[in-house]
Design a protein around this ligand. Structure first.
Ligand code: THU
Length: 133
């Protein structure tokens, strides 16, 4: 599975987003080291604090299925009805990545015409992890 294919899967997951408040839809495709893909979308709530991001939906689904070894995540997001653009993971999602992934975990971002790949230690430097406890 290459980066482009993973991004395309994130775009497909984006179609399942539930975002009636922000009208900003996000999809994520999380690739395990064994080659399995877990999808996620953002799921909003009338109580805004209960909103769940696409990235964490994918991670928590994977963890719940027993997965622990992750290689990469692609994220596709943008305003409802518009093509996906750069959608950088929020701080909480980066922290969840730091819990379960090594520093070379890859984050694949759009837009589709200009895919860019970042390392986790690049987007979350000086992180607080279990090594600190
Ligand atoms: N959102 C994500 O799902 N992932 C991101 O990386 C950024 C933000 C969602 C949360 C909320 O439903 C909407 O986008 C607007 O913040």
């Amino acid at each position: 599975m290459n980066h482009q294919e993973l991004y395309t899967l994130a775009e497909s997951a984006r179609n399942r987003a539930y975002a009636p408040y922000s009208h900003f839809t996000v999809g994520a495709a999380l690739l395990s080291k064994a080659g399995k893909v877990y999808l996620g979308c953002n799921i909003e709530n009338a109580a805004y604090g209960a909103v769940m991001c696409a990235e964490r939906t994918a991670f928590f689904t994977a963890i719940c299925e027993g997965e622990r070894d992750f290689a990469a995540i692609a994220v596709a997001g943008g305003r409802e009805g518009e093509a996906g653009d750069v959608c950088a993971p929020c701080g909480i999602c980066r922290q969840v990545m730091a819990e379960f992934c090594a520093s070379d975990f890859e984050i694949v971002l759009g837009p589709e015409s200009d895919i860019k790949v970042y390392r986790l230690d690049e987007i979350l430097p000086l992180s607080f992890t279990k090594e600190n406890l």
